[in-house]
Design a protein around this ligand. Structure first.
Ligand code: WTA
Length: 651
């Protein structure tokens, strides 16, 4: 819930102007010139005619099999874009480049041990077609679902694209998630096939992904085959008949496969994301609107040109990778980097070494990573020539001005603008972000992008005055807007559309300053952002209470110097169990096993009681205030105010 008055803690007034050269040569500037638009302000204004705007740009970013009859069909809360068009995103991501620029490198892959592979658009297209043909041979058809549980290796985009090519929806599960998390997602979407690998490299060791995948699949009923990529020389367990070796499977397949002509609003993927309840939500994305929106935003915000080397240093298990490592860069015919391993392995300069060796020109990462490198010291950065960089980006969580300035000076050499992109799994594409023609203020995502309409509302649904915090909302539909939640229309309605009629609730708190700059402050609801990764408090709590010793649990976030937030858990034990160090360790490991290592509580305390409302609801808000050392306010309406005092001894 938004606080009535969220005060401005930090006034950041420095302004960073783009160079004349950057602004004048930018893709967005050229577009403005060719459409008779003379200023940024005019662009923002004119693009509020969303049907004109998206209809116009769609012609420049996608090639239809047959054109749409209507730009937008908006039946609150569902939008259908480019209605009547026949389309497949794989046509723009692969087919057209494979024939026109076959020898251009699509990806430079670097494994953690140092192995490298460059794959051209033609080679990528051939391999995608081989896998697509194999999937068809296994009986998959349009409308089916495939789960993908792979680390950052080339077979991850290949698997996604192969599904999309034949009209099968993919559901990628982040390789850092546990077997149980995998099983939940497979069960929800009813996947027929799982694509995974034997193991992968992380910090010099191998992670046994196939062992986890097998454990997950055992708890599901719909998987017919598991396709296994060999990444290491490990002997992964094997289920005869069910498991298929990726290499053998595609060896005899033809490198030609016709791309399925889909309806514009047919399903492209399901990506599960954490919300306020224990069960992850399956966010739906469709082919056409998504394609137009992600291609435009990547081209305009990061200004990619033919010779650029783009590195979005995220994992394709999250939306950032779906949109801006896989689909949009390929649509723009870009050369991108994919790196498998840890950023600081074997030494703290691995990333900067990669930037130098591949001559990366546009680089995109998270505030958590920036803060980690800040802490490691500038000597690691100084060892490398980063002069090829021309633009930088940030995503996933608010970037504090200190980290922004460090990034600007030390990575960007004082010459690169920083594109702080605000968006969500649900928005599919950047929603609030600067353009190369914009002035920047460190820590601000600047303005809503062209075609986007945002506002900050107070509790009653009125726009908050300048400088005052409130709920960040989006006022009009946009092409990459989620197509709903998989098999859960009620939750879709309740989560995003119930608070303010006709307006999309983002779940974030933000403020708009006097000059119209947006400052996103963090989540308003019970969603944690740990190192930029989205987790739900109640998901973690469900895991804790599923342990035999636990009767109740509350999980809250606490500000953390590097990760943005850390996880603090309070646990009430069942009769017969008593607090101990081994039990604390066991509970932390229990959560890691249930959800994944990223969800492991940093701190875990045993308490006798948790503050509750009279109806018995645990008051996370009060607990969080205690944890961060803020006044808890009036607690007289609680059922058990004494439980608040008990927290004192723990924090
Ligand atoms: C947060 C990640 C501040 C925000 C792309 C949002 C940000 C949630 C920013 C979505 C940013 C993302 N500044 N906060 N530039 N970008 N967020 O679905 O709270 O993993 O609602 O998508 O991340 O997380 P998700």
């Amino acid at each position: 819930m938004a606080e009535p008055h969220i005060s401005v803690l930090l006034n950041e007034n420095r302004i960073f102007k783009p160079s004349k050269q950057l602004a004048e040569n930018s893709n967005v500037n050229k577009w403005m010139a060719s459409h008779g638009i003379s200023s940024y302000e005019q662009l923002l204004k004119k693009s509020q005619d969303i049907e004109w705007f998206w209809g116009t740009v769609s012609k420049e970013f996608v090639e239809w099999y047959s054109p749409p009859k209507k730009v937008l069909d908006w039946k609150l809360p569902y939008s259908n874009w480019f209605v009547g068009a026949k389309y497949n995103i794989v046509h723009d991501a692969l087919d057209r480049h494979a024939s026109r620029t076959p020898n251009k490198v699509a990806y430079y892959f670097e494994g953690e041990p140092g192995d490298m592979r460059a794959i051209t658009y033609k080679q990528l297209s051939d391999e995608v077609s081989r896998l697509a043909n194999a999937l068809k041979r296994l009986g998959l058809k349009k409308g089916d679902r495939v789960s993908i549980y792979l680390p950052m290796i080339l077979e991850l985009p290949i698997a996604m694209l192969a599904c999309a090519k034949i009209g099968v929806a993919h559901s990628v599960v982040f390789s850092g998630f546990s077997s149980l998390a995998l099983a939940d997602r497979i069960n929800d979407c009813g996947a027929r096939i799982l694509i995974t690998c034997d193991a992968f490299w992380r910090r010099g060791k191998t992670v046994q992904l196939k062992v986890q995948a097998d454990e997950g699949v055992r708890q599901t009923q719909t998987i017919e085959h598991v396709i296994v990529v060999r990444r290491t020389e490990e002997n992964a367990p094997w289920v005869q008949g069910r498991d298929l070796n990726y290499k053998d499977l595609i060896a005899t397949e033809s490198p030609a496969c016709e791309t399925e002509k889909m309806d514009a609003n047919d399903l492209l993927y399901i990506l599960y994301t954490s919300g306020t309840t224990g069960k992850p939500k399956g966010v739906l994305q469709r082919h056409a609107g998504y394609a137009v929106n992600i291609a435009l935003t990547l081209s305009w915000v990061f200004d990619l040109k033919d010779g650029d080397i783009w590195w979005g240093a995220a994992d394709a298990g999250w939306v950032t990778g779906h949109s801006y490592i896989v689909y949009a860069p390929l649509m723009l015919g870009t050369t991108s980097i994919i790196y498998e391993g840890a950023p600081d392995w074997p030494e703290a300069d691995r990333w900067w070494d990669i930037v130098q060796r591949y001559k990366v020109s546009v680089f995109y990462t998270s505030p958590t990573a920036i803060r980690m490198f800040m802490k490691l010291g500038t000597e690691w950065v100084k060892k490398h020539d980063l002069s090829t960089l021309r633009l930088l980006g940030s995503v996933g969580e608010p970037i504090n001005p200190e980290a922004w300035i460090w990034y600007h000076e030390n990575i960007g050499g004082g010459r690169c603008q920083i594109m702080d992109t605000w968006w969500q799994t649900e928005t599919g594409a950047f929603a609030i972000a600067p353009l190369p023609i914009a002035d920047l203020k460190p820590g601000s995502a600047v303005h809503p992008l062209p075609g986007m309409a945002a506002a900050v509302y107070d509790e009653s649904g009125k726009p908050s005055p300048a400088g005052q915090g409130g709920n960040l909302v989006l006022l009009r539909p946009w092409p990459a807007m989620l197509g709903g939640l998989y098999k859960n229309p009620e939750k879709y309605q309740d989560t995003y559309w119930a608070k303010y009629p006709g307006v999309y609730l983002t779940g974030d708190i933000a403020r708009v300053d006097e000059s119209g700059f947006y400052w996103v402050q963090g989540r308003a609801d019970d969603v944690l952002k740990i190192a930029g990764h989205r987790l739900s408090n109640s998901e973690l709590e469900s895991s804790l209470v599923s342990h035999a010793a636990v009767s109740e649990a509350a999980v809250v976030g606490k500000p953390h110097e590097i990760k943005g937030e850390s996880i603090v858990a309070f646990v009430v034990l069942k009769q017969g169990s008593s607090p101990s160090e081994p039990l604390r360790k066991e509970l932390r490991e229990h959560v890691a096993h249930d959800i994944g290592k990223i969800a492991q509580p940093d701190e875990l305390y045993f308490v006798n009681d948790l503050p509750k409302t009279r109806s018995g609801k645990i008051m996370r808000r009060v607990i969080r205030k205690k944890v961060v050392g803020e006044p808890v306010g009036d607690i007289s309406t609680l059922m058990n105010p004494e439980a608040v005092a008990e927290l004192d001894n723990k924090t």
